[in-house]
Design a binder for this molecule. Structure first.
Ligand code: NAD
Length: 421
């Protein structure tokens, strides 16, 4: 029986299988894509502030590297589990191939609640995880990045640990071991905003195709962390109106418009949206049934199930999160005429700018934020246009078109390289 926990893994696996059949993919490539290349699990002890030793379980899944080094985020969350990380790693393979990055798919995580630890404990957990992973990660083999529960500070601790363990000749190239670092420690301008900004660049493409004026639209956001808050910031700049937000602390709704900048400052200070502007506490259901033009899910996977889909009615869902919509819910929403910009395209801005950071680290260069954003827009516009053309030509939904383009690209590379031995 499929449980909520392994639901994402099942749906990603099924989607890859379904599209592989439609494409009549070669049997060997089908077999390769069925499972990740490497599944690394480490159990490591960390000393807590009170002197006790606690055991942590960490994962790094390396799904596919036919296009380049494994690349993908690192999640610190109590629900992290093997199947979830496997699914997220497979999504990274699809995403990198879709937007033509010379990178493969990976993902990692540690199962714990980072909000329950002191900063000193969090630092020790992070550093001990890097040492436990050892040579399984490297700037030319597997390059982690931030995801749920991790941030630039955690990336810098990872980098510092790795650099301290590297020999003198590798030390400075070792800076590229992670992306999403602070600017001072080798990060790139625009990385923090990249995923949310990328979501909105895709929405802009959708608006062009549909002849819609974004400044006349209302939108809601689920999750007001990195992705959700920066997507809101970019939509705010374009003049759209934020009318509902849901996160792990609660739901706020204000049809006259929620102030994005003040909400960001409030969430930073209070850890969630609950209590903002003394707005009345609303139910989770009222967030999904709230009438608006666009929804940006930017929290966790499996948030939109059949139950939520039944009450939802917007023009567009732009998936900032990975796997926020179950296949059953997507079916209901497509039947209602709701359009999707699927996760593998909508949130690909994050890995794209991570790639830009990695390139700058390797070439010892630094680009302006304008350069980063111009290159990001070019990448996403090209991918969006190609996917939209394929969708029309094949008469399929947009997620299927994304997977078709991505998997076909992977197959071409495998067929040219041949299968070893
Ligand atoms: P984050 O930790 O900064 O924020 C997560 C948000 O989700 C928080 O606002 C939290 O309140 C909310 N949340 C958690 N549990 C919830 C629940 N049960 N109900 C409602 N809200 C809940 O994480 P993030 O980096 O913004 O990542 C969000 C999503 O975007 C994830 O699916 C992640 O994989 C995906 N993503 C992130 C990046 C990136 O660059 N950070 C890139 C691509 C995709």
């Amino acid at each position: 029986m499929t449980t909520h926990k392994d639901k994402l893994y099942t749906s990603v696996k099924n989607k890859i299988r379904e599209v592989s059949q439609t494409l009549n993919l070669s049997q060997s490539v089908k077999t390769i894509l069925r499972q990740p290349k490497n599944e690394i699990i480490v159990n490591f002890p960390v000393k807590m502030d009170n002197g006790d030793l606690k055991l942590f379980k960490g994962y790094r899944i390396q799904h596919n590297n036919v296009l380049g080094p494994f690349k993908g985020g690192l999640r610190f969350h109590p629900c992290v589990n093997l199947d979830e990380v496997k699914a997220l790693a497979a999504l990274m393979t699809i995403k990198c191939s879709l937007v033509d990055l010379p990178l493969g798919g990976g993902k990692g995580g540690i199962k714990f609640d980072p909000t329950k630890l002191s900063q000193a404990e969090l630092e020790r957990v992070t550093r001990r995880f890097v040492s436990a992973l050892g040579s399984n990660i490297s700037p030319v083999h597997d390059i982690p990045a931030p995801d749920v529960g991790t941030n630039a500070q955690i990336m810098v601790w990872m980098m510092d640990t790795y650099m301290n363990l590297a020999g003198p000749n590798e030390k400075h190239l070792a800076r590229g071991i992670v992306t999403g670092k602070t600017i001072e420690c080798g990060g790139t301008l625009g990385r923090e905003q990249a995923t949310g900004r990328g979501v909105v660049m895709c929405i802009e493409e959708w608006a062009k195709v549909n002849n819609v004026d974004i400044s006349s639209l209302t939108y809601s956001v689920q999750g007001f962390g990195n992705v959700g808050s920066w997507a809101a910031d970019a939509l705010n700049i374009l003049g759209a109106k934020l009318t509902a937000v849901n996160d792990h602390t609660g739901t706020i709704i204000d049809s006259s418009g929620i102030d994005v900048n003040r909400l960001r400052a409030y969430v930073k200070e209070n850890g969630g949206v609950k209590g903002f502007d003394k707005l009345e506490e609303r139910s989770r259901e009222s967030f999904f049934s709230h009438q608006c033009d666009i929804m940006v899910p930017a929290a966790l996977e499996n948030q939109i199930t059949e139950e939520e889909a039944e009450v939802m009615n917007m023009k567009l869902i732009a998936e900032g999160a990975n796997g926020p919509t179950t296949p059953e819910a997507e079916k209901i929403l497509l039947q209602k005429g709701v359009e999707f910009i699927p996760d593998v395209l909508a949130n690909a801005g994050g890995v794209t700018v991570s790639y830009f950071e990695w390139v700058q680290n390797r070439t010892r260069d630094s680009w302006t934020e304008e350069e980063v954003n111009t290159k990001l827009r070019r990448k996403l516009q090209k991918a969006y246009k190609e996917v939209a053309e394929l969708q029309k030509e094949q008469n399929v939904d947009m997620r299927t078109a994304c997977y078709m383009k991505s998997i076909k690209n992977l197959e071409n590379v495998y067929l040219q390289r041949g299968i070893f031995p």
